[in-house]
Design a protein around this ligand. Structure first.
Ligand SMILES: NC(=O)c1ccc[n+]([C@@H]2O[C@H](COP(=O)([O-])OP(=O)(O)OC[C@H]3O[C@@H](n4cnc5c(N)ncnc54)[C@H](O)[C@@H]3O)[C@@H](O)[C@H]2O)c1
Length: 262
């Protein structure tokens, strides 16, 4: 599916990361992969990636550091690096933005969450536009739920994901004429490092357990990774500005099974 494609994967932190599952799936699908890692995670990411394929190059890059991003992009361009696609698997919010009273978060909490979880999508879109080949490229990002509803937790990250959805549509609008597609996957809850940073995350996994018509395994990111590969591939060449749920059917159900008469 990705034979001959050159894909950039961001957001690998641990073996459980959605980006790590996507790395595995993309390599299986025939892609050449390059990865970036938050500079402070670099050693751990090298361990994770080298156990999968030691040939994958990993560059330290913080996508909120504008100078570092432009230097990295310039260097790749001068080496003749061409990208056919990229996975955006980047999110962060301080604890104050994730739990407790929604109005209890500080401006700094919210700014940091939006900058990391939304603005970096636009940054990566620009990078991809600059390094794309003549046949365009595909950008894939990760949403949660996309149901347009308030959860008992998640708070400002819900706001970030709503902003991410709109950002993806505007990226699709502006880069579509140059063959660059922008799509999101709304993934069900997965036990990753980011998830462990969300207080009372088990409320979400419990809701999935009680609602999805199909089994949902929060330890298996491979169903999300497979759809990411599809969106990165030419099979999805006419899909842009779209959002695909990979959530075991959660979003299609009106009620949890516990509330349904047996
Ligand atoms: N885990 C879930 O339940 C779930 C569900 C739906 C969507 N998502 C989304 O999936 C994406 C990946 O998260 P994950 O769950 O795999 O967790 P993760 O912790 O494995 O990955 C998050 C990544 O973001 C990176 N990151 C944070 N700030 C960065 C910056 N400034 N520059 C570059 N990288 C930065 C971290 O280094 C980390 O690799 C996120 O967008 C997350 O919101 C997760």
């Amino acid at each position: 599916m990705l034979n001959g494609k050159s894909i950039l994967i961001t957001g690998i932190a641990t073996d459980d990361s959605i980006a790590t599952a996507t790395l595995r799936a993309a390599l299986r699908a025939g892609a050449r992969v390059r990865a970036t890692a938050l500079p402070r995670d670099l050693d751990a990411v090298r361990d994770v990636v080298s156990s999968i394929d030691p040939r994958v190059e990993i560059d330290p890059l913080d996508f909120t550091d504008a100078d570092a991003v432009s230097t990295w992009t310039r260097e790749r361009k001068s080496e003749g690096c061409r990208l056919d696609g990229a996975l955006h698997a980047i999110a962060f919010a301080p604890r104050g933005a994730l739990d407790g009273a929604f109005l209890g978060a500080t401006e700094l909490d919210v700014t940091q969450a939006l900058r990391t979880s939304v603005w970096t999508y636009a940054v990566l879109a620009r990078v991809l536009d600059e390094l794309r080949g003549e046949h365009g490229a595909s950008l894939v990002g990760l949403d949660f739920d996309a149901g347009g509803r308030a959860w008992p937790i998640y708070n400002w990250m819900g706001v970030c994901k709503a902003a991410l959805r709109e950002s993806s549509r505007y990226v699709a609008r502006d880069l579509g004429p140059r063959g660059v597609r922008s799509n999101l996957i709304a993934a069900g809850p997965l036990l990753t490092r980011a998830a462990r940073g969300i207080p009372r995350f088990e409320l979400l996994t419990n809701a999935w357990e009680q609602t999805t018509p199909m089994a949902w395994d929060p330890r298996d990111a491979s169903p999300v990774a497979d759809v990411a590969c599809f969106l990165l591939s030419d099979l999805a060449r006419a899909i842009t500005g779209e959002l695909i749920h990979v959530d075991g059917g959660f979003n299609a159900m009106a009620m949890s099974r516990g509330l349904t008469p047996s």
